[in-house]
Unconditional design. Structure first.
Length: 702
């Protein structure tokens, strides 16, 4: 039987950002105890007054609950409710302290003052003109957001993203969503095709509507690039999109080809940007390779004259090849002398007064390159002078880099789009030296640049294979080469009898693994090696999901390493990671830092990275994740003093030889594997690198 309750939200026990499912505690007049209400809501805040329509039910564990079918917000009627309502973060510029002062001064009139007479707010000490403008603007915006929330709720869709929708489209939000809901998937980060499709169908769009089929095809192609592909074969695209949409898509695909929204190079179907990048990268490479390098006559004598340089035959060959070719690739695993070779290349170039620019795809890798060479090194985005307002690199063919040689480390991370941008900026008479390790995971972005260049047969290359004697004393190095060959690494249990840099702790269950990881990160490694648990020890996981995935481990490690008041997802001192490229802030996917400020009044969070401090509005916090534990994929291009690497049977979907190799070689000082020998053997057996659909190798073939 349907009933209606009026009450005030005391606290939120649970809220799912995925579907809005919420468990709330309500104070209801006439009821001595708080009422539990469950249902799908927007972002309810403590202190909000609500009218709930639904029915009573009973949960076997939690007792009586009011199951909500519909709800509407009402204004708080009590001073306590008003204080909670205003101090909940609802309005930017008002936090718990200022809410207390405002309610103390204006009493029950406060909401009317904010809405109709905001100038009166200056009567409260500490509320100046700027704060008044901020509060008035935020209040108006909040009212409009409520309209968007109600609209979305009416069509049975979670309102979690209402703030982002409003910030993207402003007052036109409802009109845009009604007219073309699929724009949400392309315009707003965090809203995918499935959510947009749900909105579209709730708005009455037919399952076989041409606009739906076209959007679905573009979504499948976009998903493919997220998985590393440059294109999909037409047959695979049609099959995948047809299954997703439940309708034939051949005609819609032909329409996309005609409109040039996609490009067909039978059997391949490309997004235009992917094809342009691949064609452009190939053309620039071939043009560079076609021009002979001008090699000094005394190059070998100059190399011999360098002080304190003793090179193996492989290293010597590599240094000379870097000088003799317009494009050159240096590869090799740990302990094979890549660092010494790079330093020698840089020194020899300096002996001729050549101008050298050094770069890496990530900030951490650039910092390490600068440390080993003693010269400035930048991220590729900084080197190529990316301009957020233009969404483009300003160093290109019209304005090439001013250098004789550009040397890029961690080249396995280069995706095709970034490689194309780099190649465009190499001057016509310049040299490009790429340094990388082909045994690592491929780039996160689309393409297989390093692999395709090495396999093309046209790019000069040297692979360093000799492991130097001093490196052989490192178990990290010897185990990395064992893994590369598919052999079981030497697994040393830390009994105290042998001090090494690579240990193994067996865990026969996820719960045991978690307990070991918390102990190793929080106690053992800090005590034995004098390392900071948060800043110098990194947990790397094969995957994000699961009990021993990065998601759950972050919650466990946050509680263990940074306990404190629960201020939401993040706390002061938390280690965090950027989850997407944000060109406006000049912060990129995988960048890490520490939370150094949380301001509830200004709804502002500040993260300190290696290079700068970055401000985030609370509405932008879904761009950040906790980083006590991150995926191995996210760790590419980084090194950490210590790595803890869980390898469990539960990680089976992601257990690969190159993933185990990459995780192990991220450690500079010590690594601890936690898990089972069976899981390690599974990873070793899986040596097949996931095939990527790319065409760069074929475009370079003679």
């Amino acid at each position: 039987m349907s009933a209606t309750l009026h009450g005030v939200v005391e606290r939120i026990t649970y809220h799912s950002p995925e579907n809005g499912y919420t468990v709330a505690k309500l104070a209801v007049p006439g009821q001595e105890e708080l009422i539990t209400a469950v249902g799908h809501f927007g972002q309810l805040k403590p202190g909000e007054a609500v009218a709930l329509t639904g029915s009573w039910g009973s949960h076997p564990k939690h007792g009586d609950q009011f199951k909500v079918d519909e709800y509407r917000l009402e204004r708080p009627a009590s001073l306590v409710g008003l204080e909670k309502y205003l101090g909940s973060g609802l309005i930017k510029g008002v936090g718990p302290k200022s809410a207390r002062r405002l309610v103390a001064h204006f009493g029950l009139e406060i909401l009317d003052v904010i809405e109709n007479h905001p100038e009166r707010l200056h009567e409260v000490a500490g509320v100046g003109r700027h704060r008044i403008e901020m509060i008035a603007t935020a209040w108006k915006e909040q009212k409009r957001i409520q309209d968007v929330m109600i609209f979305l709720q009416t069509h049975g869709v979670s309102t979690t993203y209402a703030v982002k929708i409003y910030k993207t489209y402003g007052d036109a939000a409802i009109e845009v969503v009604s007219k073309d809901p699929y724009r949400l998937a392309t315009d707003i980060w965090g809203i995918g095709f499935k959510t947009a499709d749900e909105i579209a169908q709730n708005l009455g769009m037919a399952p076989d509507a041409p606009s739906r089929l076209r959007a679905g095809l573009l979504h499948v192609l976009g998903e493919a690039t997220d998985q590393g592909h440059m294109f999909l074969p037409r047959e695979a695209l049609v099959a995948t999109a047809g299954e997703l949409l439940g309708a034939p898509v051949e005609a819609a695909l032909d329409e996309l080809v005609v409109s040039k929204a996609v490009v067909a190079e039978p059997p391949a179907i490309y997004l235009p940007a992917m094809l342009a990048a691949e064609q452009g990268a190939a053309a620039r490479l071939l043009k560079l390779l076609a021009r002979p390098a001008e090699v000094p006559d005394d190059i070998e004598a100059r190399l011999d004259a360098l002080e304190d340089v003793t090179l193996s035959p492989e290293q010597r060959q590599a240094v000379l090849a870097a000088m003799r070719h317009r494009v050159f690739i240096l590869t090799g695993g740990p302990g094979t002398g890549k660092t010494t070779t790079v330093k020698t290349i840089v020194r020899l170039l300096a002996a001729y007064d050549f101008k050298v620019l050094l770069a890496s795809p990530t900030g951490r890798a650039a910092k390490r390159l600068a440390e080993v060479t003693g010269q400035e090194a930048r991220t590729l985005h900084r080197l190529l002078e990316f301009k957020p307002d233009l969404m483009a690199f300003t160093r290109d063919g019209d304005r090439p880099l001013e250098a004789d040689v550009i040397l890029v480390d961690e080249a396995s991370m280069l995706d095709t789009l970034l490689a194309h941008a780099l190649l465009k900026a190499v001057p016509p008479l310049g040299h490009l030296v790429l340094v990388g390790d082909t045994n690592q995971l491929p780039s996160v972005g689309p393409g297989n640049v390093l692999g395709d260049l090495l396999n093309s047969g046209v790019v000069p290359q040297v692979e360093l294979t000799q492991v130097f004697r001093q490196a052989e004393s490192s178990l990290i190095v010897t185990n990395a080469h064992r893994i590369r060959r598919g052999e079981l690494p030497e697994l040393v249990v830390p009994t105290g009898d042998r001090r090494t840099d690579c240990y193994f702790l067996e865990a026969d269950s996820p719960e045991a693994a978690i307990q070991l990881i918390v102990n190793v990160v929080g106690k053992s490694l800090p005590k034995r090696f004098g390392l900071s648990p948060i800043e110098e020890i990194q947990v790397l996981c094969p995957m994000n999901r699961g009990v021993v995935g990065a998601g759950n481990l972050n919650k466990v490690l946050q509680a263990a390493l940074n306990p404190g008041a629960d201020t939401g997802k993040f706390r002061l001192g938390d280690k965090v990671i950027q989850l997407r490229n944000n060109y406006d802030k000049q912060v990129f996917n995988g960048d890490m830092g520490i939370v150094v400020k949380i301001d509830a009044e200004e709804q502002l969070l500040v993260v300190k990275t290696l290079e700068t401090e970055i401000e985030y509005d609370f509405s932008e916090l879904d761009e950040l994740g906790l980083a006590y534990a991150i995926s191995v994929h996210k760790s590419q291009g980084s090194e950490f003093p210590a790595v803890v690497l869980p390898i469990m049977n539960q990680h089976y979907p992601m257990l690969q030889r190159n993933l185990l190799y990459t995780g192990l070689t991220r450690a500079r000082q010590v690594v601890v594997l936690v898990g089972t020998k069976q899981a390690i053997r599974t990873a070793l057996r899986n040596a097949e690198v996931g095939k990527r659909f790319t065409g760069l190798k074929q475009r370079l073939a003679p």
